[in-house]
Design a protein around this ligand. Structure first.
Ligand code: FES
Length: 317
């Protein structure tokens, strides 16, 4: 995959857990255009091991001098977010992918309801720039733990005015999804990004209320989980690879020098899907892409987030 060489132009601590990083192109030229809701995958080398993590682009898609991402520090992660917080400094060169959009706005929507929880606000920051430019009818509903954890809330208040509605746990203000989604004009689209419980509740509420499936949009990248080490065989490449406890299968494949496709690296897009040629059946599917029956059939696996725990797993790669 072609990568862009960038360097860190600025770092800002936004909340106790969130840092905002600004990237510019290393050679000083403009960055590629993108649309609201896009993400890039940032490559970082931690002790000789390449981590690649997806982050939403937050800046205005009209601005191509710099890209902006925010990273929430996750203590129980495999180290990528902690590394970004502790080791990435201003001036450091990094490699990122070209922007990809798996969470784009339905441009013909008559109204747009955006629902964010915590760090899930980030894809909406660029979408709002698009919605404002389009003069679209929108509402942003933003839930967070306490005032100090409301990343960019003040900035959003300024740019969105009455379109912004905040719900703060510590103030006992809660988003009533049923009420919000019950009374919307025909042609409204809903978008949700945030913790799993919020995404699931929004999807269920919208479906139960009869919203058309293509008017419901969600984004929830999963982090590859830590697990037991296991071995895989790549049939076409004719290699056997050990997947360590902290590595994803996709990372192990890449580290072995085998090219593999990806877009989200978070179990949602389907791009990394591999055919399983042989298995003893112990596949640990962690993705949101395969259906339950596909998972049960053990014929396919998403190596960006899923693992195995059996003795034998042969993949068509
Ligand atoms: S890269 Fe998107 S599901 Fe694996």
């Amino acid at each position: 995959m072609t990568m862009i060489n960038v360097k860190v132009a600025a770092i800002e601590q936004v909340t106790p857990l969130v840092k905002h990083f600004t990237f510019v192109k290393e050679d000083g030229s403009s960055l590629p255009a993108f649309s609201g809701g896009s993400h890039v995958v940032v490559s970082i080398d931690i002790g000789g091991r390449v981590h690649r993590n997806p982050y939403s682009l937050m800046g205005s898609p009209m601005e191509n001098e710099a890209y902006h991402i925010s990273v929430r520090r996750q203590e129980n992660s495999r180290g990528g977010s902690v590394f970004m917080h502790e080791n990435v400094t201003v001036g450091m060169p990094l490699k990122i992918t070209y922007p990809m959009n798996l969470f784009s706005l339905a441009k013909k929507g008559r109204k747009h309801i955006l629902i964010a929880g915590g760090i899930g606000i980030t894809p909406f920051m660029s979408q709002i720039a698009d919605l404002k430019r389009m003069g679209a009818n929108y509402e942003l509903h933003y839930a967070f733990r306490s005032p100090e954890h409301g990343a960019f809330a003040a900035q959003l208040k300024e740019s969105c005015g009455d379109h912004l509605h905040c719900y703060i746990d510590s103030n006992a203000t809660r988003l009533d999804l049923q009420a919000l989604l019950s009374d919307q004009p025909l042609g409204t689209h809903v978008y949700v990004c945030g913790p799993s419980a919020m995404v699931v509740a929004t999807l269920e509420t919208a479906r139960n209320l009869g919203w058309p499936e293509n008017h419901i949009h969600s984004e929830q990248f999963l982090s590859p989980p830590i697990g037991e080490p296991f071995k895989i065989q790549l049939a076409r490449s004719n290699v056997e690879i050990q997947v360590s406890a902290e590595m994803s299968m996709l990372e192990a494949i890449e580290a072995a020098g085998v090219e593999a496709d990806f877009l989200c690296r978070g179990g949602v897009c389907g791009r990394c899907e591999l055919d399983v040629l042989e298995t003893d059946g112990a596949l640990l599917h962690n993705d949101h892409f395969l259906t339950d029956s596909e998972k049960a059939s053990c014929k396919k696996i998403m190596p960006c987030v899923s693992r195995a725990k059996g003795e034998r797993l042969v993949l068509d790669l």
